[in-house]
Design a protein around this ligand. Structure first.
Ligand code: MG
Length: 262
């Protein structure tokens, strides 16, 4: 397992790690039905939607909105319209913040700068305030506020600057490979893949090898970030495995026996 070096900032994707991704599914289905009704078409077939959704999350690349636009609106070029209109229906109702979020944020608070780096509407800030998470967040790299979407490295660079640190000392926590793990890793941030929501239910060994580590939830995240040796020790040691705590071993087991990243 790769070491996280002297972590100064932790950035969270919002859909999946913090809020239930079902909120987005509800919004996009409502929008598809609305757009189809405007074309005198019946509501979108839920089974076909589920097939496309699962296929996209298993692949961890390609645009879900383009696939949905092609299937249900007859034109992938309607992706932009679908995207814009989905934004008007996309909310995070009370009760959809995952129960492990506040305990995790409380444990990280005061030890690192905490940020969100997310493709979300600006209103997500209100939801996080309502749910008690807002006081813990120092950096708000929300696409609806900053005007740049992941995987554009500009959003991560903006967050790093706001956090007053560098990629080397920051970790991104997200549930997608294409918009979270890969762009963060390309910039040199540490990466944690959270396997819920838009993450595949049964990731392949190759997918699990992409992030520094993968977890099923946020319960063990603080331990994973801070359990490792001091930076100078990490850089001269090839054997971080020996530093694993029982908790970290449980986290590795949680993603499957073959799932441990190198
Ligand atoms: Mg997400």
């Amino acid at each position: 397992m790769s070491a996280f070096r002297h972590v100064e900032a932790v950035f969270f994707d919002i859909g999946g790690p913090l809020y239930d991704d079902g909120n987005f599914v509800d919004a996009v289905l409502t929008t598809l039905d609305e757009l189809r009704a405007e074309r005198s078409l019946p509501p979108a077939d839920r089974d076909r939607f589920a097939e496309i959704y699962d296929e996209t999350r298993n692949r961890q690349q390609g645009s879900l909105r383009s696939a949905l636009a092609a299937e249900f609106l007859g034109d992938a070029g309607q992706r932009g319209l679908l995207h814009t209109r989905t934004g008007t229906h996309w909310t995070h109702p009370e009760g959809t913040l995952h129960s492990d979020v506040l305990p995790c944020l409380r444990e990280l608070h005061g030890r690192v700068r905490i940020g969100v780096v997310a493709n979300q509407e600006a209103a997500v800030v209100d939801a996080l305030r309502r749910d008690g998470a807002e006081p813990y967040v120092d950096v708000w790299a929300v696409s609806g506020i900053v005007g740049v979407e992941k995987p554009d490295p500009e959003l991560f660079a903006w967050a790093l600057q706001e956090a007053g640190t560098t990629a080397r000392h920051a970790v991104h926590v997200g549930n997608r490979l294409d918009t979270d793990v890969r762009p963060a890793r390309a910039l040199g941030l540490g990466t944690v893949w959270v396997l819920r929501g838009e993450a595949p239910p049964s990731p392949t060994a190759a997918q699990l090898a992409e992030p520094d580590t993968a977890v099923r939830d946020l319960t063990l995240l603080p331990d994973l970030l801070f359990r490792l040796p001091a930076p100078e020790t990490v850089e001269t040691s090839e054997a971080p495995e020996t530093a694993e705590t029982p908790e970290a071993s449980e986290a590795s087991e949680a993603v499957g026996d073959e799932g441990g990243p190198p």
